[in-house]
Design a binder for this molecule. Sequence first.
Ligand code: IPD
Ligand code: CA
Ligand code: CA
Length: 264
Amino acid sequence: MLQSALMNVMVKAARRAGRSLKRDLGEIENLQVSMKGPANFVTMADKRSEEILYTDLTKARPGYGFIGEEGGLREGADKTHTWIVDPLDGTTNFLHGIPQFAISIGLLREGVIIAGLIYNPANEELYTAERGKGAFLNDTRLRVANRKQLNDCVIACGLPHIGRGNHELSRQEMTALQPKVAGLRRFGAASLDLAYVAAGRLDGYWERNLQQWDIAAGIVMIREAGGVVSDIQGRDVDALATGNVVCGNEAVHDQLVKILKPLK
Ligand code: IPD
Ligand code: CA
Ligand code: CA
């Protein structure tokens, strides 16, 4: 696969941040049994990853703006381009030593997501996509799954935990979907859920109350793999404003929207 200069920059930055996260994951195993636990250490790992990404991306593309989960917005002179970065998506998994976490980098140009990268350093899975150029897992071109009947489909979701989201609404969603699907999954890293839909591993995914850095890269990934992604009301997600997503191939996406949209 011939990689563009832009994607090269993104991959290099992600691999360096990934090495840092992987080293830190090793430490986590030791900290599980300590009195204080690994929480503070994870916060540091998260920040270290973001600083590597900020340094490398800004060095390669001076002037681009940068929005990171940890540091917020750092404006650049070029107002047309902004990186949208989650330096560690799946923090709870990471904290528990569960190797389902990722670095997520999206690039926004004048309000449109033009490139995305999602990288899990624990298993070396690197997902990349550029607008109009397809989506890839390492060197393999991605395509969303073709299943059309919900009862054949495995669908992932988010589950709000203590102090987050609307638990009652989440239970309503489960009640509506459980009897209709082959399986429901909750993996705990939104960026990878989106990447798995692009890769055809999952047939669909939905989640509410996400942030732009959870979904920016995944949105272009799904589209470039031939899938459809919108918010739960069925509206465009390029603005990254609502933080709700639902995706799949067109048939699965539409059925999920039909079921989820009326729930309040
Ligand atoms: C979280 C993960 C999780 C999702 C949460 C996100 P974080 O991101 O993506 O899967 O359910 O809503 O906040 O906090 O681990 O970066
Ligand atoms: Ca996240
Ligand atoms: Ca995060």
